[in-house]
Design a protein around this ligand. Structure first.
Ligand code: FAD
Length: 340
């Protein structure tokens, strides 16, 4: 029996593990009744934490085609299969001189999941280059194309993460990339690049990531375990009485945000984002272990499997951390990782 892929290195199985090579094959599987409920679609499992075997069907895409579908003087549009390894696509863009994906270099996972997760790093999010998403309804086998607006993108959020839209399996993602030189260099170390080029930015991002983050091939993790919380400015002002240096950033985009600790809605102008890693570090968790689960020495936002940890052990560490941060700062951290 096949184990479900996951970068935490947890050995879990599904009742059924099905892979398909094309949209037609996926539709055939659906219409033949092979996709029993509950179902879960996975990529490389780099944002998943399993606490037990999955009691249903796990699907995985091997659709790995790539084609240019449109081009004008300024941009190129490409269709990329959901099963293409995300970083292979970024490398392809950099090699071809297409601008827009380079800051997202070396993020683990596959292209379909990247669009579901709205992956982001170093000042950019994948939504900025998405032109459309092709998906299949797992209940009917029918296809549907979503525009970026329909995807309702937010910070690590998309419509595909909402319960009533989890039935859509992303089969291809359309990206629009710029043919004219443009970079996002607001993030500290990237600002210092002299005469920037796509290759220099990709190399810099890769080297920063290798320095700060565990290599999934060596240490089990799912990257950032928690989302950076959004708090109200008045909460920030209270915290600044005790921690005057608390780092905080403006809240971008969305028109209203749900303030997690109080469950209320507020406008972004009344809120700030606080780095979860800083909060966790202030609670003394960086480098610590609880059983076989631990907090990464170089980045407190990353929980790791120190060897042989179960999903429950990692979840238990996450709960201990959430409890410490709530007690010290009155902030309820929310998990970025999907737990099953
Ligand atoms: C070391 C490390 C560093 C990381 N750094 C970053 C980072 O900088 N920024 C960032 O945003 N993330 C980061 N991540 C998280 C992770 O890489 C991303 O969330 C990635 O997009 C997950 O891809 P995956 O293929 O592994 O998806 P999975 O983890 O397998 O799945 C993620 C979600 O997508 C759904 N899904 C997968 N494929 C499909 C599909 N075809 N159709 C519909 N739903 C689907 C799954 O059901 C699940 O809900 C990091 C992870 C690790 C281990």
């Amino acid at each position: 029996m096949t184990f479900i892929p996951n970068t935490f290195g947890i050995r879990v199985k599904a009742d059924r593990f099905l892979e398909y090579d094309s949209e037609e094959e996926l539709v055939t599987l659906i219409r033949s009744g092979a996709v029993t409920s509950p179902f879960l679609h996975v990529g490389q499992g780099s944002n998943l934490l399993f606490t037990k075997d999955f009691p249903g069907t796990v699907l995985h895409s091997r659709i790995d085609d790539f084609e240019e579908v449109d081009r004008d003087g300024y941009s190129v549009t490409v269709r990329v299969g959901a099963g293409v390894v995300w970083d292979d696509f970024v490398e392809e863009c950099v090699t071809r001189g297409w601008y827009g994906a380079e800051n997202l270099s070396l993020i683990p996972g596959e292209t379909g999941a990247a669009a579901v997760q709205n992956i982001g790093a170093y000042g950019t999010e994948v939504k900025d280059i998405i032109a459309a998403i092709a998906a299949i309804d797992v209940q009917t086998g029918e296809s549907r194309v979503f525009s970026p607006v329909e995807c309702r993108y937010g910070y690590r959020q998309s419509i595909f993460k909402q319960p009533s839209y989890k039935k859509f399996i992303v089969t291809s993602v359309y990206f629009r990339l710029s043919l004219t030189e443009q970079y996002a260099l607001e993030y500290g170390p990237l600002k210092e690049i002299e005469s920037p080029s796509l290759r220099k930015i990709r190399d810099a991002v890769i080297s920063i990531r290798r320095e700060k983050l565990p290599d999934p091939a060596e240490t089990g993790s799912a990257g950032s375990f928690f989302m950076n919380p959004i708090i109200t400015v008045s909460h920030l002002n209270d915290l600044q009485q005790t921690w005057p240096d608390i780092p905080h950033y403006p809240v971008p985009d969305a028109e209203t945000v749900t303030y997690p600790t109080e469950g209320a809605s507020a406008s972004p102008a009344d809120c700030v984002k606080v780095p979860a890693g800083w909060l966790i570090q202030q609670c003394g968790w960086r480098g610590k272990s609880q059983g076989r689960a631990g907090v990464w020495e170089k980045q407190a936002l990353v929980l790791v499997n120190r060897g042989g940890a179960s999903g429950e052990e990692i979840l238990s560490l996450a709960r201990s951390i959430t409890g410490s941060v709530l007690e010290k700062f009155g902030i309820a951290l929310q998990m970025e990782v999907n737990v099953f």
